[in-house]
Design a protein around this ligand. Structure first.
Ligand code: NAD
Length: 422
C-alpha cells in the first residue's frame, strides 16, 4: 500500500527549490530528478515563481525560426515554439513558394475586445435592455476611469451592445462592452471594466449580475492574410487541384475541418507561445469563430485566380498583445518580438495569420501529393530514436535507418540501437 498523498499543506509558501524537494520526496523520485528540474534554463526560478503558483521547475520547448516569410513587403524571421516536428519546416517551405508573388498581404479589423456582463432576475428583459443602452455615456465613463493607462495609449471604451438570451433558468440580458485594448491582449483590462460596470447595471435595472468576463470569441479583432501561389511554384495544376479538393473536404465536413484547423493552429499557437501570449485564448477564439455558421468550418479559403493560380486566405480572431501576461515577464518572449522587429500587437497578429495560412498551404500540399507521413517521418524518426534511449550520433544513424526501412517504429529502433551498441 502506498502512503502517497496529494495533500502538501503550505507548499505554496515554499521557494521553488524547497517545493521541488518536497515533490520529489512525495513522488518517491530520485536525486537525478532534483538536478534535472533544478536547472530552469533561461527562465530563472524567481521569474517563473512570479508567473504561476507552486512552481517547481520549467519545461523547455524547442524554439525554431521560420524563414522565407515576406509579409506586407517586409522580410521577417518568425520564432515558433513547438514540440511537434515538421511545423517549422512546413512554414519555411510554404513561404518560399509564394515569395515570387510578393509573399503575404495582411490586415486587421481592429483591436476591439468584448467583455460580457450577465444580468438575470429580470421579468422584462426588453425594457432592461433599453435601460442599459440609455446609459452608454455612463458606461463609457466607468470603463475609461477603470483603465486610465489604456486611455493614454489611445484605447478605451468604444461601444456597447445588449443582447437578450433565453436560458433554461430564464431570460438573461447580456451587455457587451466593446473596448479597444491597443497593444494589450486585454483580458485583465476588460474584465476589470466589466466588474466596475456591473453594480451600475444592477442599479439601473433592479436585476442581478453574475458573470463579468471577456469573450474569447474576439470577432472584432480579426486578423486577415492572403497569398498567391503560382502553378509554376507549386508544381502544376494537379497539385493545385489536389489542394482545392482537400479544402473542399474541410469546408464540407467537420471531421476533416477539425484536423485542417489543427494544422493551422500548429503554426498559430507556436508563434503565440513563443511571444508569451495566451495559446488557449487564441485557440478558443479560433474554433468558436470556425463554428460561427453553425457548422464547424475551415479558417482558410482556397480558390483559383483569373490566371489559374492558387489564392489562399485566412481570417480568424487573434487576440495577442505585446504588454501584459507573460509577454513582458518572460525574457524569451521579449526576444521573440525583437527577432520579428515588432512594435505593435496589430503587426504581431497579422504575422501570426500569415503563418497560419502558410502552415495550411504546406499541410494541404503534402496531403494532396506525397502524403503527410513522408515529411513527418524524418523528424519523427529522430524522436523515436531518442525515445528508445539513443544519444549523440546514434540518433541520426537510427533515424536514417528507420526511414530507409520505411518502418519508423519503436521496436525497430530498439533493435537497431541494440545492434549498434553490440
Ligand atoms: P495586463 O492587464 O497585464 O496589461 C494590460 C494593461 O497594460 C492595460 O490595461 C493598460 O493599462 C496597460 N498598458 C500599457 N501600455 C499599453 C498599450 N500600449 N496598449 C494597451 N495597454 C497598455 O494584461 P491584459 O492584456 O489585460 O491581459 C492578458 C492576460 O490575461 C493574459 O495573461 C491572459 O492569459 C490573461 N487572462 C485571460 C483570460 C481569457 O482569455 N479568458 C481571462 C483572464 C486572464
Amino acid at each position: 500500500m502506498t502512503t502517497k498523498t496529494s495533500r502538501i499543506p503550505g507548499l505554496h509558501n515554499l521557494s521553488p527549490k524547497e517545493r521541488l524537494q518536497k515533490v520529489v520526496e512525495a513522488a518517491g523520485l530520485n536525486e537525478q530528478v532534483l538536478t534535472h528540474l533544478g536547472n530552469t534554463g533561461n527562465l530563472d526560478p524567481a521569474t517563473a515563481d512570479s508567473m504561476i503558483e507552486n512552481v517547481i521547475g520549467t519545461l523547455n520547448v524547442p524554439l525554431g525560426i521560420a524563414t522565407n516569410l515576406v509579409i506586407d513587403g517586409e522580410e521577417v524571421l518568425v520564432p515558433m515554439a513547438t514540440e511537434e516536428s515538421s511545423v517549422v519546416a512546413a512554414v519555411c517551405n510554404a513561404a518560399r513558394q509564394c515569395r515570387g508573388t510578393g509573399g503575404f498581404t495582411t490586415a486587421m479589423s481592429g483591436s476591439l475586445m468584448i467583455a460580457q456582463v450577465q444580468l438575470v432576475g429580470i421579468s422584462n428583459p426588453e425594457f432592461a435592455r433599453l435601460q442599459i443602452l440609455e446609459h452608454k455615456s455612463d458606461i463609457k465613463r466607468v470603463c475609461d476611469e477603470t483603465d486610465p493607462v489604456l486611455l493614454k495609449h489611445g484605447g478605451g471604451f468604444r461601444d456597447i451592445e445588449v443582447r437578450i438570451l433565453e436560458g433554461q433558468t430564464g431570460p438573461m440580458v447580456v451587455t457587451h462592452l466593446i473596448v479597444d485594448t491597443r497593444d494589450a491582449m486585454g483580458a485583465n483590462a476588460v474584465n476589470s471594466m466589466a466588474e466596475a460596470v456591473a453594480p451600475h447595471i444592477e442599479e439601473w435595472t433592479g436585476g442581478r449580475t453574475y458573470l463579468r468576463i471577456l469573450s474569447n470569441l474576439a470577432d472584432r479583432r480579426l486578423a486577415r492574410a492572403r497569398a498567391t501561389w503560382t502553378l509554376e511554384d507549386i508544381g502544376g495544376a494537379e497539385v493545385r487541384d489536389g489542394i482545392l479538393s482537400a479544402y473542399d473536404f474541410a469546408h464540407t465536413d467537420s471531421y476533416r475541418a477539425a484536423t485542417h484547423n489543427k494544422g493551422i493552429m500548429n503554426g498559430v499557437s507556436a508563434v503565440v507561445l513563443a511571444t508569451g501570449n495566451d495559446t488557449r485564448a487564441v485557440e478558443a477564439g479560433a474554433h468558436a469563430f470556425a463554428a460561427r455558421s453553425g457548422q464547424y468550418d475551415s479558417l482558410t479559403r482556397w480558390e483559383v485566380d483569373a490566371d489559374g493560380n492558387l489564392s489562399g486566405s485566412i481570417e480568424m480572431p487573434l487576440a495577442v498583445g505585446l504588454i501584459g501576461g507573460a509577454t513582458r515577464s518572460h525574457p524569451t518572449a521579449r526576444i521573440a518580438l525583437d527577432i520579428m522587429g515588432i512594435e505593435t500587437a496589430d503587426r504581431l497578429a497579422r504575422i501570426i495569420a500569415a503563418v497560419g495560412l502558410a502552415q495550411n498551404f504546406a499541410a494541404l500540399k503534402a496531403l494532396a501529393t506525397t502524403g503527410i507521413q513522408k515529411g513527418h517521418m524524418a523528424l519523427h524518426a529522430k524522436n523515436i530514436a531518442v525515445a528508445v534511449g539513443a544519444t549523440g550520433e546514434e540518433v541520426d544513424k537510427i533515424a536514417k535507418e528507420l526511414v530507409s526501412l520505411g518502418k519508423v517504429r519503436m521496436d525497430v529502433a530498439e533493435e537497431i540501437l541494440k545492434a549498434l551498441r553490440e
